[in-house]
Write a protein that binds this ligand. Structure first.
Ligand code: CP
Ligand code: NVA
Length: 320
């Protein structure tokens, strides 16, 4: 055993965090970004386990590189070679893995599986994407918006496209907690709409901050006056190819193209978590054009997650 755990926090959804905590994380991430050398041994001797049930470029590389830059180590664990969820329960996996490592990051299908993994774990568990949410992505996005506009205050984010979606849910939580306006433009069918509990929770948060949460089936209305126009894949990792034709038909009016960008604020930026398919959710001229900040966004995955790892592992105290 690694000693008695005094306090751990998991990072599964942004809903579990206060505005002050999220602001602290963003501040710390900026400090670590500006002082890379100073933090070069911050996680010396610490190991992160990275469990993947789905493909990844950014999450895989930014977490592994982040641990290297903080003086720690990362283990990549491909769940197609694991008894996880088959012979071994998520709780047992968490219980055992946390005997060996100091932190776990998992990219899974079902959100309930990461909750079960965390319930067995005695070290912090970070959500590296489930079908329900993608909190690391949205915190890196908020960091990017703040760096680009110099503030989060008074910013309106518009998300258009498939909104029954992990990134949409995390944007709803993140924007409403952090005091940004958010509007969602998507087909008015349950399959494409955000989870109603997430919308209700975001509306409650927004009421406290006196900001707005709007869900509409009109893409033009959603982007009107927006400083950020955001979209995500119409074919998320967990969506079967058999749904492609129908999804393309339903989501076409929500494609981000030049005409839609013109309806946003004149200084609006385009954001996408990536991977993107040009010609589907976004046209090439927008994603490769002057308004696009998708590369800045992807870079900040590394910087936000380094801040997050330091923040969480500092909270994880062992009794020696
Ligand atoms: N945005 C994101 O999470 O990318 P990957 O799927 O490449 O990790
Ligand atoms: N919604 C996308 C995000 C990819 C980073 C997916 O789940 O595939």
């Amino acid at each position: 055993m690694r000693g008695i755990i005094m306090a751990i926090r998991h990072f599964l959804t942004l809903r579990d965090y206060s505005r002050k905590e999220l602001e602290d994380m963003l501040r710390l991430a900026s400090v670590v970004k500006k002082n890379q050398k100073k933090y070069g041994k911050a996680l010396s001797g610490k190991t992160l386990l990275m469990m993947f049930a789905k493909p990844s470029l950014r999450t895989r590389l930014s977490f592994e590189e982040g641990m290297i830059e903080l003086g720690g180590h990362a283990i990549h664990y491909d769940l197609s070679t694991s008894p996880f969820g088959k012979k071994e329960s998520p709780e047992d996996t968490g219980r055992i893995a946390s005997l060996y490592v100091d932190c776990i990051m998992a990219r899974l299908f079902e959100h309930s599986d990461i909750e079960r993994l965390a319930s067995g774990s005695t070290v912090p568990v970070i959500n590296g994407l489930t079908n329900f949410s993608h909190p690391c992505q949205v915190m890196a996005d908020l960091m990017t918006i703040k760096e680009h506009f110099g503030t989060l205050k008074g910013i309106k984010v518009a998300y258009v496209g498939d909104s029954n979606n992990n990134v949409t849910h995390s944007l709803l939580f993140g924007c409403s907690i952090m005091g940004l306006d958010i509007s969602i433009g998507c087909p008015g069918k349950k399959d494409f709409m955000p989870n109603p509990d997430v919308v209700a929770s975001a509306k409650r948060q927004a009421a406290k901050n006196k900001t707005a949460v709007i869900v509409t089936d009109d893409a033009s209305e959603a982007v009107r006056g927006a400083h950020v126009v955001y979209t995500d894949s119409w074919m998320s990792y967990h969506i079967p190819d058999s749904e492609k034709a129908e999804r393309l038909r339903a989501l076409q009016p929500y494609q981000v193209n030049t005409a839609l960008m013109k309806k946003a604020n004149k200084n609006a930026v385009f954001m996408h978590c990536l991977p993107a398919e040009r010609g589907m959710e976004v046209t090439a001229d927008v994603i490769d054009g002057k308004q696009s900040i998708v590369v800045h966004q992807a870079e900040n995955r590394l910087h936000f997650q380094k801040g997050l790892l330091v923040w969480l592992l500092d909270k994880y105290k062992e009794k020696k």
